[in-house]
Design a protein around this ligand. Structure first.
Ligand code: UD1
Length: 349
């Protein structure tokens, strides 16, 4: 069985991807330092798939530790590199942390790959590399704009590092770079989902935590933007659909079907949704009201961005499939489960 090493595999997108990889017949090795995720992900993944993934509690900054993992598993054919810090605001406060984690982590992986004959790397990138695009929807050849945060800059730098290494010919490395739009939702089983530590930065966890009563109200960051209802527009992609894109990418690499040694794909629905539309979609799908108030704009927010995902549709044969109301129901199911478990734990203490 081909082995796939997944860094950050206990996290939000990582855990969903591990499930889909196992469902597709790959043997998965997770490397994660649990800095922003829980060890419970492992048993939850096992409950969904019936298979326990290998797990190595390790930081990608630990070169020697990574070297041991690469040596221990002898059939690693591809690596999916998720492990990274991802809070835009925090990256402005702690840039060194972001450059160290995101850039050095990737460099350790790339440095070790040729030593173990591993050729294939799927990299977790972001639509943030496009900044505020001049024309919408954004295609893979849209210009890369100067980053507006250290987080965004790390994604650009990592893409450049991969490009330079692949083109250097110094090792036989191939890569598929997936540029995600806004991943949301949870697994339909209710077993895995997004588990923000502390107050959530992202919209959907904030909506679900408000709906369940953990937060007083959702603050809508600005309704005076140049959009139909004045709130920002994003392309919200279901996390299971996104996870499946990684499986398709791995398969494409292992079957040597890549047309270029490095390929870039936008992973989104192709549809722009405003903040208010998303709140309405949640309320409609779940029947639960979300208390909300419009406040000032959030610094650094892009006004509108959505994907042209035609390349992923045509070349990868991948499509966003999950309807938004289902995504919202799944996010809600997950929130209820997590909340219920937290309350139960508190009761026992
Ligand atoms: C950003 C990055 C994305 C990155 C992600 C990681 C861009 C375009 N996107 O997503 O690449 O992977 O962070 O965290 O740079 N909002 C509210 N109230 C809230 C929370 C959010 O109104 O409490 C609004 C925001 O203003 C924004 C939208 O909801 O308009 C989505 O915000 P969020 O979920 O934080 O994602 P992005 O900022 O788009």
């Amino acid at each position: 069985m081909d082995q796939v090493l997944v860094t950050g595999g206990t996290g939000f997108i990582g855990s969903h991807t591990v499930v889909e990889l196992q469902n597709a017949g790959y043997e998965v090795i997770i490397v994660d330092n649990l800095s922003n995720s829980s060890i419970d992900s492992i048993s939850r993944i096992e409950r969904i798939t019936g298979i326990k993934p290998h797990f190595e509690n390790l930081d990608c900054l630990d070169y020697v530790g990574l070297d041991h993992v690469f040596a221990k598993y002898e059939d690693i054919k591809a690596i999916i590199h998720f492990a990274a810090s991802k809070a835009v605001g925090e990256s402005v406060q702690k840039p060194i942390l972001y450059y160290r984690n995101n850039v050095n982590g990737l460099m350790n992986i790339i440095d070790l790959m040729p030593l173990y004959g591993i050729k294939h790397l799927v990299f977790s990138s972001s639509c943030t590399v496009y900044g505020q695009p001049d024309t919408l929807p954004v295609t893979e050849s849209s210009p890369i704009k100067p980053a507006t945060s250290p987080y965004g800059n790390t994604k650009q730098i990592c893409e450049e590092i991969i490009r330079d290494v692949v083109h250097s010919g110094s090792c036989d490395m191939r890569s598929i770079v997936l540029r995600y739009f806004n991943p949301i939702g949870a697994h339909p089983s209710g077993e895995i989902g997004e588990l923000p530590v502390g107050v959530p930065n992202n919209l959907v966890p904030y909506i679900t935590q408000t709906a369940i009563g953990m937060r007083e109200e959702l603050r809508i960051f600005g309704d005076d933007y140049d959009t139909p209802d004045g709130t920002c527009i994003r392309d919200y992609i279901d996390v299971v659909d996104l996870a499946k894109a990684h499986v398709v990418a791995v398969k494409r690499m292992l079957e040597e079907k890549q047309e270029e040694p490095i390929e870039y794909f936008n992973i989104g629905t192709g549809k722009g949704i405003s903040v208010l539309e998303l709140v309405h979609a949640f309320e409609k799908a779940t029947g639960v009201k979300v208390a909300r108030r419009v406040v000032g704009r959030r610094e650094g927010d892009i006004v509108k961005v959505w994907a042209d995902a035609t390349k992923a549709n045509n070349v990868l044969g991948w499509h966003a499939e999950t309807p938004l109301d289902e995504t919202m129901k799944n996010a809600w199911k997950w929130e209820q489960k997590v909340h219920g478990e937290t309350e139960k734990k508190k009761g026992k203490e």
